[in-house]
Structure formats: C-alpha cells, structure tokens
Ligand binder design. Structure first.
Ligand code: PAF
Length: 312
C-alpha cells in the first residue's frame, strides 16, 4: 500500500490524517501553518487519536503514493504549484473540496493525462481551538465518493470491482478506503460533484446570509429562493449534458439540510470567522457556466453579490 500525503491542516485534511492514524495507514501531513495543525482528533464515541507531527516541506513521491488536497478551491493553484517539482514520478493526486473548478486548475498545471481522482465527502469535521492547541472534532459520519474524470467505463459499484480501472488509481482508492472508509467509486464522478454543488448552492449562501443552522433553510420563507436556485442549477447542468430533475434536486437539498440540521455550514463558519468564502466555486461557478451558455441565472447571481457584500 502506498503512503498517504495530506496537504493542508484544515478540518477534513486533519480528519483524513487522524483516521489514517487510527486505521494503520502510513501518512504525512503538510499544513500551510504548522501552528494551527491539530494535534489530535476527538471521535463521536469519546475516543481520542493523537496525530503525528506535521512534515514541513514536500519531497519527491513515488508513483505508488497518494497526494490528497483537502483544500478550498481558491488555495489549490498555489498548493499544486508548490508540489509540481515533486511530482516527477506521477503519484496519484486526489482533489477533495466543496464547489467546482479544481479539475480545471489541476488539468492546467498537471496536464490531461496525469493520474487524477476527484472526490467529495459527506463526513463532517470541525477544527477547534483549545487551551492545548488545535483539535479536530468528528461531527458526522459520512461517505466519500471518488472517481477519475477521464474514465468512461461501466460503473463498478463496489471496491471489489476496481480492477476495471487503472491499477494505480484502484490502489489509491483502496488506500483512501482503508484510511477513511467508506470510499465509494463513482464512474460518473462529475454527476456526483454537481449533485454536491446543488446542495452547497442552496444551503451555504442561505445559512451564511441569514446566520442560521442548516435545518432552518427548510423554512417557508426560503422556499422561493430554494426553488429558484434548484431550477437555475438544473437548466445549467442540462446545458452541459448532466441530467437532473429540479424537484429531486430540491428534495435532496432538504434531506441534507435535515440530516446536517444542527450544523453551521462551512460558508456560515467562513463568514463568522471573517475568512474568504467559497462562493466563487459554488454559486459563482453556476453563474460562470450559465454565462458561457447564455442562460440567465438571476437568483444565483444575486446570492453571489450578497455574499460578497458581507463584511468579513
Ligand atoms: O459546506 C458544508 O457545510 C457542507 O458541504 C454541507 C453539506 C452543506 C453541510 O453543512
């Protein structure tokens, strides 16, 4: 099994590291800021896992290793550029972020033939500052969907069927599944990413603008906005050959809002902590993709403007 290299010390990156530690998968962490790297993780059953100390700088990785970027999309270009000189042996690169746009950045820098996987996760994690430094808290059991953007073969549903894809990618997925299970292979990973985009496009801006927990976006006062976002999303996705049904998109958004009801969304947290938000990679991405096809998306456009107008 290859070693897992985790770039960044955010909540999800630290969760991957802690889970790798717990499950005996060899790993290294490369946070941007060593001072804010969590030293341990708290699981839902009350157990704690100590993380090994972070590694300060990149090294040349063998092909069998896996380099995962659980970063915000706007941080990806700088991080990939920093790693580029160390990727001569083409270890598998995995992108794991909310919103869209990472694939374009990675293709630009790595080229279209690079062994690349895209992932989206519904595991929940929160990075907390304590008197003994930063910790990561596991807030919700989830799953990770993963796939290769270039592969178009019949979909193996289970990890046992991974022999159908390139052995290097299959082995990278098996490493990730051992570190933070379950990892589910998706032949059509782009559809899975657009599905997550629809969830984030509704929950994230509404929770950030109205300072509410996820469950409150289900209130009648937000119905008009929810429906408009879902309708616009569906039209844009359709223009790119992705088949969604606006009613099912809306239902899925409501079920995720219910399942994560007590949480504050990542965009809510970004605004609360005065950090840059991911609005460009979420509703901004829908607006950009719509503009290229001449589709009007007034609700998404308004949300981008309103989130950008928030004082950070
Ligand atoms: O960005 C987030 O917060 C999460 O992706 C989600 C699903 C909206 C739950 O909070």
């Amino acid at each position: 099994m290859g070693k897992l290299h985790i770039v960044g010390g955010g909540a999800i990156g630290s969760l991957v590291a802690a889970s790798a530690q717990k499950n005996g998968v060899p790993y290294d962490c490369y946070p941007r800021d060593m001072k804010t790297m969590p030293s341990c993780a708290h699981w839902q059953n009350g157990q704690t896992t100590a993380l090994k100390p972070a590694t300060p700088s990149p090294i040349v990785l063998p092909k069998s290793d896996v380099l995962i970027f659980p970063l915000k999309v706007y941080q990806l270009k700088a991080a990939l550029l920093q790693w580029l000189p160390y990727l001569t042996q083409q270890p598998t690169v995995v992108l794991l972020h909310n919103g869209m746009g990472g694939l374009e950045v990675a293709r630009d820098l790595l080229g279209g033939d690079y062994p690349l996987l895209l992932a989206t996760t519904s595991h929940g994690a929160l990075k907390v500052s304590t008197s003994s430094g930063f910790h990561v808290k596991y807030t919700g059991v989830g799953a990770t969907q993963i796939g290769a953007p270039n592969i178009n073969k019949p979909s193996p549903q289970t990890l046992a069927d991974l022999s159908q894809i390139a052995p290097q990618l299959a082995s990278a997925i098996a490493t990730l599944d051992k570190a933070l299970p379950p990892v589910q292979y998706q032949n059509n990973i782009l559809k899975a990413l657009w599905t997550k985009l629809s969830v984030n496009a509704v929950i994230n801006p509404l929770t950030a603008l109205h300072n509410i927990q996820n469950k409150h976006i289900a209130k009648p006062e937000f119905e008009q906005s929810r429906i408009s976002i879902c309708n616009e999303f569906t039209q844009v996705a359709d223009a790119y050959g992705l088949d969604f049904d606006a009613l099912s998109v809306h239902e899925n958004v409501l079920s995720v809002a219910k399942a994560t009801g007590e949480n504050y969304s990542s965009m809510h947290q970004d605004v609360a902590h005065g950090r840059q938000t991911e609005i460009d990679a979420i509703n901004g991405y829908i607006v950009d993709m719509a503009t290229k096809k001449g589709i009007p998306v007034p609700e998404n456009t308004l949300l981008v403007e309103r989130v950008k107008a928030l004082k950070l």
